[in-house]
Design a protein around this ligand. Sequence first.
Ligand code: 5GP
Length: 196
Amino acid sequence: MSSSHLIRKKTLENGKLVIISGPSGVGKGTICREVVKRCNVVVSVSATTRKPGKNEVNGVDYWFLSKEEFEARIENGELIEYAEVFGNYYGTPRKELEELLNTNATVILEIDIQGALQVLDVYPKATTIFILPPDIDVLRARMEKRARDNGENNERRLEQASREIAQAWQYFKNMVVNDDLEQAINEVVDIIESGD
Ligand code: 5GP
């Protein structure tokens, strides 16, 4: 039996867990940053093997790890979920999350859909919010504006986005369209406060 079968389902009587996912470039990061300013929530700091961006700070935006360090954390069961996203590992540190939930905090996980499904196995009562683009052309334009990748990668991200959106309808309770940013933020705040 794998160790995952031994993990008891957690009921969240302590803190509250909110999973926010959505395709790359949809604006989840912007929404999360605003939500943190407006409600009493914390965002869990993920670990990643991708290189830090220009203004990113270790321990604030991510824990930036080498591949070897990340794989050691997987081996030691230190990540509650992890996934490979566009060639890099991303994962949620287990201990920090459990400690935050033990303080009754409302914790946001801004993670990809593969990670979201793993977290739902452990915390089936987590609030799930998927951010949608108004349409695929808007998503393409936003990806190009971000310009982190070349055109080829953007196409790959777009294909991935279509697959993820199809999957999200099955697993996410709340879908929020990020057309008008302010409205999207308000919807996310409402969902978190109503505990849906
Ligand atoms: P970025 O490199 O643009 O910051 O993030 C790329 C993707 O990785 C985004 O879809 C983001 O939600 C996802 N991601 C960030 N942290 C985690 C994590 O801890 N676990 C998983 N599974 N995905 C994550």
